[in-house]
Design a protein around this ligand. Sequence first.
Ligand code: GDP
Ligand code: ZN
Length: 462
Amino acid sequence: EVKVMETDTITAISTPTGEGAIAIVRLSGPEAISMVTGLFHGKDLNEVASHTIHYGKIIDPTTSEVAEEVMVSVMRAPKTFTREDVVEINCHGGMVAVNRVLEIILGKGARLAEPGEFTKRAFLHGRIDLSQAEAVMDLIRAKTDKAMSVALKQMDGRLSGLIKRLRQDLLETVAHVEVNIDYPEYDDVEEMSHEVMRQKTKEVHKEINELLEVAKQGKILREGLGTAIIGRPNVGKSSLMNTLVQENKAIVTEVPGTTRDVIEEYVNVRGVPLRLVDTAGIRETEDIVEKIGVERSRQVLKESDLILMVLNYNDEITDEDVKLFEAIQGLEYIVIINKTDLEHKLDLDKVKELAEGRPLVTTSLIKEEGVDELESAIATTFFAGEIETGDLTYVSNVRHIQLLKKASQALEDAMAGIDQDMPLDIIQIDVTRTWEFLGEIIGDTASDGLINQLFAQFCLGK
Ligand code: GDP
Ligand code: ZN
C-alpha cells in the first residue's frame, strides 16, 4: 500500500495544446484555491461552494493588467480526481493566453506538473483502485520513458545542475591545458592539448545542442512554430496558407510584447501550433533570394523554425528554385510539390537530390488533395510522431535559448580554431566565452572570469 502524501500544488495545461476554442489550466494541491483567489477578479473563491463554476478575470500581478477572461471551477478535496483541492481555469483566448495564465500561476509558486502527475496523485491518494493502478503506472512509465520527458526534466530545475556540470567540464579542460603549458613534460604539449580540447569541446557542444533541441520543442508549444512559406511566384503559396488556415481553425491573435501592427495567424496542425507570418510578410519572402541574395536570405530564413518550400509540378525546376534550395540548406523544411492535377513536368529525382532527404509531399491545393499527408509530415517533422501534447507542458525561456545558442556558437568557433591548429590561448578565448554564456543562464556573475576561477580551484602557477 502506497501512502505518500504530496504537499505541494501542481499545475499544467490539461487540454491538448492549441486544440479547440477552450483550454484549461488545472491546479491540484492544498494551495490551489488560495493561489487562484489571489489572481482572480470576481467572486471570493475561498467562499464559494465546492463544485461550482465562476466567471471572472485573471489579473497579472506584475502588471495589474487583465490577462484573460475565464471561467473558474472550484472543487474541494476529497471529492476530486486527485482527492486534493482542484481548480480548473477555462481560458478561451487560445494558446498565447492560456500559456500566460499558466505562467502567472507558476509565478504564484505552483509547480509545473510532470507528465501524468495528476493521475499519479489520484493513485497515491487512493482515488483509483488497485486494478487501475497498474495501468496508471504503466502510463506514467511510458510517458517518462520518452527521451523528451527526461530532457524536459533537465529543463525544469535540472537545467542549472547540468549547466554547472558543463561549466565545470570546461573549467577542467582549460586547467588541464594550462598545466600542460606550465609543466611541459611532453614534447608535443601543443598537439596534446589540442586533442584534449577537441574531445571536450565536442562533448559539451553535443550536450548544449541537445538542450537546445528540447528548448525548441518547449518554445514551439508556447509560441507556435515560426513558419515561412516560400517558393517562386504562382506555385501556390497563398493557396497553401489559405488551406492551412481554413482547415485548422486559425486563431488570430495580437502577440503580447510585439508591435501592435504585427498580426500573426496561429493554426493547429495535429497538435503542432504553427505561427504563420502575415500574408504581407510571406509575399516579401517570395522573391527574397532575388532581392537580397542567398546569404542574406538564408539569415532571414534561419529565424524560421519551419520552412514550407513550394514547387510547381507543372513546371520544370528553374534556377530560382535551385537558389531557394541553397538558401534553406541544412534548415528544417518540407518540400511541397503542388498542382499534381496538371501535367507532371517536374523532375522528381532532381528535386529529391536538392531536398537532402527532407520530407516531400505532393498536393493539389485546388482539389484539396495531399493536405493530410502534408499535415502528417509537419507533425512528424517536429514530434517524430511521438509526442502527445495532452499533459506535456514545457517551460522554456527565451533568454536561456539565446544564451545556449551563443554558447554553442562560441564552442563552434573554438572547434574551428582547433581544426585550424590555432594557438591555444586563442582557442581558450572561445572556451571562456562559452563558459561565460553558460554562467549567465544560471545567473552566475561573470565578474571573476574563468581564469580567476581556475586559479581559485586548482591553485595553478605557484
Ligand atoms: P503564389 O503566387 O505562390 O502565392 O500562388 P497562388 O496560391 O496565388 O496560386 C497561383 C495560382 O495557382 C492561382 O490561380 C491558384 O488558383 C493556382 N493553384 C494553386 N494551387 C493549385 C493546384 O493545386 N492546381 C492548380 N491547377 N492550380 C493551383
Ligand atoms: Zn501569393
